[in-house]
Design a binder for this molecule. Structure first.
Ligand SMILES: C[S@@+](CC[C@H](N)C(=O)[O-])C[C@H]1O[C@@H](n2cnc3c(N)ncnc32)[C@H](O)[C@@H]1O
Length: 233
């Protein structure tokens, strides 16, 4: 993967908690984050005593290379958000209270800095950041209690086809007892064209699958997560 293909725009622990309905009890779980990129979830969850491993192809790159890409893409992403402001939920309505595109950009920069410090200081040495990519994960069956995937599957429905989605969900369900994915809309804010067929195929393979409302909505209408569970025999 080329770093030029990635827009490193990461979310905070507060957002992960809301997107995935995470509770304090979940600190006991062994968590896998797929496509965590520059999110600060791993840094903050680990600091609270949680166990989390993040996988993302960008972890093959150095601190300086990732920082360069964050800075290079920053103004483009803020400008795109500003011109599409009507597609997002701002201020009081939004769980995150983002005021405008500049405020969002400033929060995303702080998140990336938190990630980079953790990645460089201790995260990589502790094996909490692993360079790997869906649809193949370098873990044995059932290694994790919970797998999370934020703003990758379904969001990039046009770029990543149905086969990629199904193979990725099956792979996550192989290594995690439960999988949660958010959001279920594509980049245009439309329901992902892959969702229904993925749900049918996963259920056909014996997995329990539900779509659940969550207390997070920033992209207008994106307020549901997919939950996939292994059915205990
Ligand atoms: C929009 S970012 C989301 C980052 C983070 N999950 C969040 O919500 O803040 C998408 C991430 O997916 C990663 N990614 C792209 N292709 C991937 C793949 N095949 N497997 C795992 N991660 C991938 C990118 O490198 C990027 O960090």
């Amino acid at each position: 993967m080329k770093l030029e293909e990635v827009v490193p725009w990461g979310r905070s622990l507060h957002e992960y908690r809301a997107m995935f309905s995470l509770r304090d009890e979940d600190l006991q779980l062994n968590i896998l984050g797929c496509g965590d990129g520059p999110a600060s979830f791993n840094a903050h969850w680990s600091a609270l005593g949680g166990r989390v491993v993040s996988v993302d192809p960008i972890y093959a790159f150095s601190y300086d290379q990732i920082l360069w890409r964050v800075e290079e893409t920053y103004s483009t992403v803020v400008e795109q958000t500003r011109s599409n402001a009507h597609r997002f939920v701002w201020r009081e309505e939004c769980v995150m209270r983002f005021k405008d595109a500049d405020h969002l950009g400033a929060v995303r920069l702080r998140v990336a800095e938190t990630f980079l410090d953790d990645y460089f200081e201790s995260g990589r040495k502790q094996g909490r950041y692993i360079a790997a990519r869906l649809p193949q994960l370098p873990f044995a069956d059932g290694t994790f209690d919970l797998g999370l995937c934020s703003h990758l599957l379904f969001l990039y429905s046009e770029q990543l086809g149905f086969d990629f989605h199904l193979a990725s969900l099956r792979e996550m369900a192989r290594v995690c007892r439960e999988v949660r994915v958010f959001p279920l809309l594509d980049l245009e804010g439309r329901p992902s064209p892959h969702l229904e067929e993925c749900v049918r195929a996963l259920r056909g393979g014996g997995l329990a699958v539900e779509v659940e409302r969550v207390h997070y909505e920033f992209l207008r209408g994106a307020n549901e997560m997919l939950r996939v569970r292994q059915v205990l025999g």
